[in-house]
Structures are given as structure tokens and as C-alpha cells.
Design a protein around this ligand. Structure first.
Ligand SMILES: [Zn+2]
Length: 274
């Protein structure tokens, strides 16, 4: 027999959402200066991210090829080192899964499926994928999605949104907001605004870490070619839009300049594919 207690998030969120709705507060700015409403406290987002990640570690097999792990780790570490301080702790896990997928969760947990290496074929392209995922976390996109989802679901849903049984609908909403709900059939695609923002932040981050930002355009080209038949899981959560490549190209000159300076300063790392 189990005793149901209100989840701490429920206790915190209900008053926050109510007061924010009444006062119209809760507005913040994303790293690009966009106004956003992200009301879930950061500590709670981190806890959700860590919980989601621990679950993935239990359900998905980890890759056991040391060369693959060293390669992916090398790229991820270079990107994390280029983040502005304080950036907290980040870690990456490589999952042995042929579906091309990648994600990053609040709390600094990055996941990459080995299938993504068929699409991100060079260190620069892999950096583009990981930097894009890190950017979603930096810009608090999961928090915004969860906030929106909570607002849409309304008070009734709030009452037992945070039931803790894995596999319950409420649980799926949380996973969906984090972008890892695929296996449960519930996915919350990032909006066009979020994708555009993650593209921009990610492109500049990879340049700062000494990866060629032009590879981001090549990556999305590979991605849409791979999506010809069955759309990869990654594309369901990170929908492409018609002018994504044009938008990435805007500001590319500046990003290439940052990249050149990073290389000249010796910040580029040689990460060799296996
Ligand atoms: Zn995305």
C-alpha cells in the first residue's frame, strides 16, 4: 500500500501559476533577448531532467565502444568548456540505438544515440547537433513548454499532474515537455521560435569552441535527406522549417569570424571520429 502525498512541484506550481496569471508576471528574457514565460523553478526543472535521465539510463543500453565514447565526449567537452561561467556540470551519455536522436535535459544531461553519427558525419557536424541541444537548455525551452502545457491543461490537470507512477499520462506530459517522450507516443515538438533560437545560440557556441559553424547548415541538409522516408525521431521533436538554412546563414559571417579567432587562440580541439 502506498501513501499519496502531493508532489513538491504541485505545491510550488499552483500558487506560482495562479499569482503569475493574476499579476501578469513571470516574464524573463532568453539569451537572445526574447521575452519568455518560464514559471517552473529552476531547481524543479533540474530535478525533472535528472529524473528523466536516470530513467533513460535504466531503459536504454549504453554504447560500450571506448573510441565512440571518447569521440563524442571530446566534442561535448569542448562545447561545455566554451560556455560562459558559471555553467554548472554537464555530462553526456552515448546510447546504443540506431535511431538518429539527441537531446539535452535541464540539469546538464546530454544524450546522443549512435544512430545520430550516421547523420552528423564530421566532428563539426556533431558539434552542431550537441550545441543545438545545449542551446535548448540554455534558453530554458523545456521550462517554457512545460509552463505552456500546464496553462493549456488548466486547473483540473494541475490537481494530479504530478502523479509519480511511471507511464501514467501525467508522467508522459513531463517527459514530452523534456523532449524524451517518444517511446510513449507523446512528443512535444519544439516551436519554430525555439528551433530558430537554438540554431542561433548553438551556431555561435560551436564557433566559440573552435568548430566550423558552417557545418550546421550541412547537418540540417543531411537531416532532411535522412528524413526522406521515415522521419527520424529527432525531426519530430525538432521540426525543420523551410528557411532554416537561410536563417542559419544569416549572421554566419560573424560566426565564422568567432570560429577563426577561437582557432587562432588555440581553442580548437582535435576530436577524431572512430
Ligand atoms: Zn531543436
Amino acid at each position: 500500500m502506498s501513501i499519496r502525498r502531493p508532489h513538491p512541484l504541485r505545491v510550488i506550481l499552483v500558487p506560482i501559476l495562479l499569482s503569475a496569471a493574476l499579476l501578469g508576471t513571470g516574464c524573463e528574457e532568453s539569451p537572445t533577448g526574447r521575452k519568455q514565460v518560464a514559471l517552473v523553478p529552476e531547481a524543479q526543472m533540474t530535478a525533472l531532467g535528472e529524473q528523466g535521465f536516470a530513467e533513460l539510463l535504466r531503459t536504454l543500453p549504453l554504447n560500450d565502444d571506448p573510441r565512440v565514447r571518447a569521440y563524442v565526449g571530446c566534442v561535448a567537452e569542448a562545447l561545455v568548456d566554451a560556455l560562459p561561467e558559471p555553467h554548472g556540470r554537464w555530462s553526456i551519455a552515448v546510447f546504443d540505438d540506431p535511431t538518429p536522436n539527441a537531446f539535452a535535459l535541464p540539469g546538464g544531461k546530454i544524450g546522443l544515440h549512435t544512430g545520430m553519427l550516421r547523420i552528423a558525419r564530421t566532428p563539426d557536424q556533431l558539434a552542431a547537433v550537441i550545441a543545438h541541444e545545449i542551446a535548448h537548455v540554455l534558453a530554458d525551452h523545456s521550462n517554457e513548454r512545460l509552463t505552456q502545457e500546464l496553462a493549456v491543461q488548466g486547473g483540473l490537470m494541475l490537481l494530479d499532474l504530478f502523479a509519480e507512477e511511471p507511464g501514467s499520462l501525467k508522467h508522459e506530459v513531463l517527459r514530452g515537455a523534456l523532449g524524451i517522450g517518444a517511446e510513449y507516443g507523446l512528443l512535444l515538438p519544439y516551436s519554430r521560435t525555439h528551433e530558430r533560437e537554438a540554431d542561433r545560440i548553438g551556431r555561435d557556441l560551436m564557433a566559440q569552441a573552435g568548430f566550423d559553424p558552417r557545418a550546421s547548415v550541412a547537418l540540417w541538409r543531411n537531416m532532411s535527406a535522412a528524413g526522406g522516408g521515415q522521419p527520424p525521431t529527432f525531426l519530430s521533436t525538432h521540426p525543420s522549417h523551410d528557411n532554416r538554412m537561410e536563417e542559419l546563414a544569416e549572421g554566419m559571417e560573424q560566426a565564422v569570424e568567432i570560429y577563426r579567432q577561437a582557432r587562432a587562440a588555440g581553442r580548437a580541439r582535435a576530436c577524431s571520429p572512430p
